[in-house]
Write a protein of this length. Structure first.
Length: 329
C-alpha cells in the first residue's frame, strides 16, 4: 500500500496543467474560427461603441450581483459563516475560475476558505452543490421564457417551444417532489462511481425539497442575479446599436452560459461568444456585434477575477495557499 501511494499523489499534478492547456487550446481555436468568419474590424468597431463609464457601471453591478450570489450561497451552506467571509471566499472563487489557472476551481476554493468556520462540513459540501444546481435550473427557466417571449412567426410554429417549456417546468417540479423518497431508497443501496454521483445529486435535491421556502428564495435570488447580468449585456447591445428583441438576449445569453459550463474551454472564452452569436442571429442581431458584446463581457469577468485575486493578496489566506500547493504540485 505504501509503495503505490506516491504515484497516486503525483497524478493530479501531472493532469491539471494538461487539462488547462487543452482548455486554452479550445478557446484559441474557437476564437480563431470566430474571427475567420466574423471580420475583426467589425468586432472592434462594435466594442469601441461602448463607453468606459458604461463598462465601469457594468463591473460595479456585476460585483453587486455576486454579493447577492454570495448571500445565497451563505443561506445554503449552513451556520457559522458570516457574510463577509462568504463574499471574500466567493471573490476568491471568481479568481480561481477566471484568473488563476492551475487551482482546482472556484467551488473548491471558496468552500475550502470557509471550511474552518463551518459548523456542518457536510452541509457546506451539499450547499455548494445545491448552489450550482439552482443556478443551472434558473438559467434554464430564463432561457425558456426568453425564447417564448422573443419567438417570431417567421421562426415557425411555437408549439414545440411551448411543450419544451412545460416539460422543463414539470421536470423541475417532479424532480424535487420525488427527491426525498428516492433519496431514502438510494441510501439503502450501494454501487459504483456513477451510482454514488447520482445518489449525491438526489441527496442535494432532497435536502432542498425539505426546505421549500429556502429553495424558492435561493432560486429567486439566482434568477434575479442572472437577469441583472443579462440586462447589463442588453445595455451593451443598446450602446452598440444591436437590433434584436430584449427577450432574445434572455434566451441566448442564458443558453450560451449553460453551453459554456462544459469544461472544454478557458472559462467559457470563445464558446460563449460563438454560441451567443449563433443563437441571436435568427432574431436579426449582427454576429460581429454580438461577438463584440460577448468579448467586452469577458473583460468584466476577468476584471472581477483580478479583483478577487487582489483581495486575496491584501488579506492572504493560509487555506487558499494550501489548496494551490496541493493542485499545482
Amino acid at each position: 500500500m505504501s509503495v503505490a501511494a506516491p504515484p497516486t499523489d503525483k497524478l493530479p499534478a501531472r493532469k491539471l496543467p494538461v487539462i488547462w492547456l487543452v482548455r486554452v487550446g479550445v478557446s484559441a481555436v474557437v476564437l480563431a474560427l470566430i474571427f475567420h468568419f466574423v471580420p475583426f474590424k467589425q468586432v472592434w468597431a462594435a466594442a469601441r461603441a461602448l463607453s468606459p463609464a458604461l463598462w465601469l457601471a457594468a463591473l460595479a453591478l456585476f460585483l453587486l450581483g455576486h454579493a447577492a450570489a454570495a448571500a445565497k450561497w451563505r443561506l445554503l451552506i449552513g451556520p457559522g459563516i458570516g457574510f463577509g467571509a462568504a463574499f471574500r471566499a466567493h471573490l476568491a472563487g471568481l479568481a480561481a475560475n477566471l484568473a488563476l489557472p492551475g487551482v482546482a476551481g472556484g467551488d473548491v476554493v471558496r468552500a475550502g476558505l470557509v471550511m474552518p468556520q463551518a459548523q456542518d462540513k457536510a452541509q457546506l459540501a451539499i450547499g455548494s452543490v445545491a448552489d450550482r444546481l439552482l443556478d443551472t435550473v434558473g438559467l434554464l427557466l430564463i432561457a425558456l421564457v426568453g425564447a417564448y417571449v422573443a419567438w417570431r412567426p417567421e421562426l415557425g410554429d411555437p408549439q414545440a417551444l411551448r411543450l419544451l417549456m412545460l416539460a422543463g417546468v414539470a421536470a423541475v417540479i417532479i424532480g424535487f417532489a420525488v427527491a426525498i423518497p428516492l433519496d431514502h431508497a438510494l441510501a439503502r443501496r450501494s454501487g459504483g462511481k456513477v451510482f454514488k454521483l447520482v445518489a449525491r445529486i438526489v441527496a442535494v435535491l432532497a435536502d432542498l425539497a425539505r426546505t421549500p421556502g429556502l429553495l424558492l428564495a435561493c432560486l429567486g435570488i439566482s434568477m434575479a442575479v442572472q437577469c441583472l447580468f443579462i440586462l447589463i449585456n442588453v445595455a451593451f447591445a443598446q450602446a452598440a446599436h444591436v437590433e434584436a428583441p430584449t427577450a432574445a438576449w434572455f434566451y441566448a445569453w442564458s443558453t450560451a452560459k449553460i453551453i459554456a459550463i462544459a469544461p472544454i474551454s478557458l472559462g467559457g472564452l470563445g464558446v460563449r461568444e460563438a454560441s451567443m452569436a449563433a443563437l441571436m442571429k435568427p432574431f436579426g442581431a449582427d454576429p460581429a456585434q454580438v461577438v463584440a458584446i460577448g468579448l467586452v463581457w469577458q473583460t468584466v469577468l476577468y476584471a472581477s477575477g483580478l479583483i478577487g485575486f487582489l483581495v486575496q493578496l491584501r488579506w492572504p489566506s493560509p487555506k487558499l495557499k494550501k489548496l494551490e500547493q496541493v493542485h499545482e504540485g
